[in-house]
Design a protein around this ligand. Structure first.
Ligand code: ZN
Length: 441
């Protein structure tokens, strides 16, 4: 276990070189940089002692890296999953240090991709190198390049390399800790749908002197969006499920608001604990609207208006049922006979619900507790990780992480705690040792 600390330290300069590559997968990113990132990761894993290192190029997708480090014959196989794509950093001048120049301040390392999710690659390499490429269990490594854009190529990757899904345990290195210094394990992720709702009331623009008789599409759209939540701000769409807590941390509502940077007097939405509202319940957010800009607006009733909605789903909600529920609600609630067209994005993400009492989860929780010196906290996560839902069909899925609220994933000044990176890697090494030689054997 202590040798992983040395391996992490030795690999640090090479790992920081990976953080300098702006591997943005979404709009505004350069696919050439994602490809360069994949090549650099392949080299990095090879240098750590991994075998069968390959860059896979999914048709129409972005490159992923797969590799292996074989354990003794008959040893269990563990898939370690991570991703090397990142989201745009936003204006570089908003950052304290440049987003693609990894910089240490205190115990934290700052830079885009530190918390989400290039630490996963550091962990993989350290676990391989610590055992000279011969770990106590077989490690299969998968670093994909499309997590931030919905993991559309992941089914293709799993089809090309069937041994990946044939592993005994799946460890997704893309979770979160509740606080710096406290280990967390995600027991669920929500599903996610996005759709564009298009409201039409007129054949074309009309003089606003007709207002009072003739409806305008903007007002109808705003009223329709208001119908998605009740007076407490809880989702009011019939048919969207709410999960029941099963031992997850209930969370602290005030801390969540504070971490989000809520302004004085701003209150929480919904009902129940943080786990019930954010982890296990549905949420609907308005991501964008096509509306006239105020400075261009004039005395006209608008014929049509559109909004893009994001719907986060209870972990166990089937995607098709959720689509039907959302579309049905939007059509039923349209005022004044407005025509409503709902178009769903094809990149929906299924939710994931693990077993909070599973033996692997308990073993990893114990290992993390030992290495952090603080009890591991089980959490129902509000985000969506496509790989979790896909891999859960093949075996137990474990989701340790590093991205605490302080990490500001997707935000400005993203960072990780280097102390926690070390403790997490040691915890995983301890868990893998236990898996290789279960107590009593
Ligand atoms: Zn992300």
């Amino acid at each position: 276990v202590s040798s992983v600390t040395a391996a992490l330290a030795a690999q640090r300069p090479a790992w920081e070189a990976l953080l300098r590559i702006p591997s943005v997968s979404g709009p505004g990113g350069d696919p050439g940089e994602v490809a360069a990132s994949a090549r650099a990761i392949a080299e990095f894993l090879r240098a750590a002692g991994a075998e069968h290192v390959e860059v896979l190029e999914p048709p129409g997708g972005l490159p992923a890296v797969v590799a292996q480090a074989a354990g003794p014959p008959g040893a269990p196989a563990v898939l370690l999953y991570g991703h090397h794509d990142v989201v745009l950093p936003g204006p570089p001048e908003a950052w304290t240090s440049p987003p693609f120049e990894p910089t240490v301040r205190g115990i934290r390392l700052y830079g885009r991709g530190t918390a989400d999710c290039k630490w996963s690659i550091a962990v993989m390499a350290a676990l391989v190198a610590a055992h000279g490429g011969r770990p106590p269990v077989t490690l299969r490594l998968l670093v994909e390049g499309e997590e931030e854009v919905g993991s559309a190529s992941l089914p293709w990757i799993l089809g090309e390399r069937p041994e990946l899904a044939g592993s005994d345990v799946f460890v997704i290195l893309d979770g979160a800790n509740p606080r710096t210094g406290t280990p967390g394990l995600a027991t669920s992720f929500r599903g996610r749908l996005t759709c564009v709702v298009d409201v039409r009331v007129l054949r074309g623009p009309v003089h606003s002197g007709a207002g009072g008789v003739v409806p305008d599409a903007l007002a109808v759209l705003v009223r329709l969006l208001a119908s998605l939540h009740d007076e407490d701000g809880a989702v009011a769409v019939p048919g969207l499920l709410r999960g029941r807590p099963a031992g997850e941390d209930p969370g602290d509502l005030g801390a969540v608001l504070a971490d989000a940077g809520a302004l004085p007097g701003v209150r929480v939405t919904g009902r129940g604990t943080v786990a019930e509202r954010r982890g296990l319940g549905p949420a609907i957010s308005v991501l964008g609207m096509d509306v006239p800009a105020i400075e261009d607006s004039t005395h006209v009733l608008h014929p049509a208006a559109r909004a893009r909605l994001e719907v986060r789903l209870a972990p166990e909600q089937p995607l098709a049922d959720a689509q039907t529920a959302v579309e049905g609600h939007l059509r039923r609630q349209a005022a004044f006979g407005a025509h409503v067209i709902v178009g769903f994005d094809s990149r929906a993400v299924a939710g994931f619900r693990g077993d909070p009492r599973g033996v692997h989860l308990s073993a990893l929780a114990a290992a993390l507790t030992a290495e952090f010196g603080r009890g591991a906290v089980l959490s129902a996560e509000g985000g969506s990780v496509p790989a979790a839902g896909m891999l859960a069909a093949h075996g137990p899925v474990l989701v340790p992480g590093l991205a605490e609220p302080e990490a500001r994933e997707h935000g400005v000044d993203e960072s990780i705690s280097l102390a926690d990176l070390d403790a997490l890697t040691r915890g995983l090494a301890r868990y893998l040792d236990g898996l290789a030689s279960p107590a009593g054997s």
